[in-house]
Write a new protein. Structure first.
Length: 257
């Protein structure tokens, strides 16, 4: 079994691309096709056969949501790394040192339980600490041709990052300043590469860095065993940052409802 951490903090302010849609409410509670975005994510979690407990970070306990698992609500701890570390500490069990958890963004309403089952089974077959989903450009643009995602151009493929990750709870312990800076730069792949080092940045800029080499070098730099999992589901990387992405997903979810 595995637990799930859903990050749901953040209220768009005036000047944010989504402010005209949210008007002061938490982004996670923005309704899309009749339900808050986070409820679409929770529906996928509810139906995933492998999930045991859920932590929701950034929303109050009395938020009207439906969760079929044991659910813990936590206040935001100020930044994403602190949120993850606090949630991991609440989920850790002394008798399960290798226990893992999903980290899910609350703004990926297109995900389904089948996608979470795929990620669980794929990561469970591997030994490691972090399992990061990536989506190839052709997969994303075939499913969402107008998504306008940002892609990293590697030697053997172009990819964007997914919004669902699996990690071993034990690795969240301790001070990890490089992780904090990487998370802060998550929307800027070149800045992330610069933070990791020239051994990543220069080959990336020269388009001579292939996926497996990137995986190996990043793992070594961060002192973890990490795996980049090529995801067949574009929905796992289709988050709602801008109005046109909201509109694309709303149309799809309404049609499928």
């Amino acid at each position: 079994m595995i637990d799930a951490i859903i990050t749901a903090g953040g209220i768009p302010v005036d000047g944010d691309p989504l402010y005209s849609y949210t008007q002061g409410i938490p982004k996670a509670m923005l309704k899309i096709a009749g339900k808050p975005m986070i409820q679409w994510v929770l529906d996928a979690v509810n139906e995933c056969e492998h999930i045991e407990r859920v932590v929701i970070i950034g929303l109050p306990k009395d938020t009207p949501l439906i969760s079929r698992h044991e659910t813990i609500f936590m206040e935001s701890q100020g930044d994403m790394l602190n949120n993850i570390q606090t949630a991991a500490a609440a989920l850790k069990r002394s008798d399960a040192p290798d226990a893992r958890a999903f980290i899910l963004a609350s703004d990926v309403p297109g995900i389904t339980s089948a996608m979470l089952n795929w990620l669980y089974e794929t990561s469970n077959a591997l030994v490691g600490d972090v399992f990061y989903t990536i989506i190839k450009k052709e997969t994303m643009e075939s499913r969402f041709p107008a998504s306008n995602r940002t892609f990293i151009e590697l030697a053997d493929c172009q990819v964007c990052g997914g919004d669902v990750t699996v990690f071993r709870l034990e690795i969240a312990d301790g001070e990890r300043p490089i992780w904090k800076r990487l998370i802060a730069a998550r929307k800027n792949p070149v800045k992330q590469a610069r933070l990791i080092g020239l051994g990543i940045l220069i080959p990336l800029l020269l388009k001579k860095l292939d996926l497996k080499t990137a995986e190996r070098k990043i793992s070594r730099r961060l002192h973890v065993i990490g795996h980049a999992l090529v995801c067949p589901y574009a929905e796992m990387g289709m988050d709602v940052d801008k109005p046109h992405q909201f509109d694309i997903l709303k149309a799809g979810l309404t049609a499928n409802d």
